[in-house]
Design a protein around this ligand. Sequence first.
Ligand code: RB5
Length: 144
Amino acid sequence: MKIVIGCDHVGFLLKEPIKEFLIKKGYDVIDKGTYNTERVDYPTYGNLVAKAIIKNEADLGLLFCGTGVGISISANRNKGIRAVVCSEPYSAKLSREHNNSNILSLGSRVVGLDLAKLIVETWLEASFEGGRHQKRVNQIDEKL
Ligand code: RB5
């Protein structure tokens, strides 16, 4: 599975160890930056990751900023993107099963590394249930 990742300068602190975690687990990772802690603007990276998913360069995406909020809002402005901010695994799992989320966004100022790993792992291992949920997911984009 191909995972595209991106972050701002605050999210960088969480993106790096999670990237290593993903590679060790055998995922194919595309890193869209940023690549250091020099100040940048989160919409740039939210959009880069969103566009990579829309173009099918990757299956799923991970985003990181201070809270996970700004960068997920930016990603969600792209049609076909369903980015979720999660700070616990239950919502992460359900966001895949019911909402077919295609980007998980994490806050480096909100979750510690061990919790972030658990959230990421849970999210990646869950899958969309389809059925009654498909119609609702379709409606998200129909209304744009
Ligand atoms: C950057 O200071 C911070 O605003 C950003 O990382 C993020 O938390 C925005 O939502």
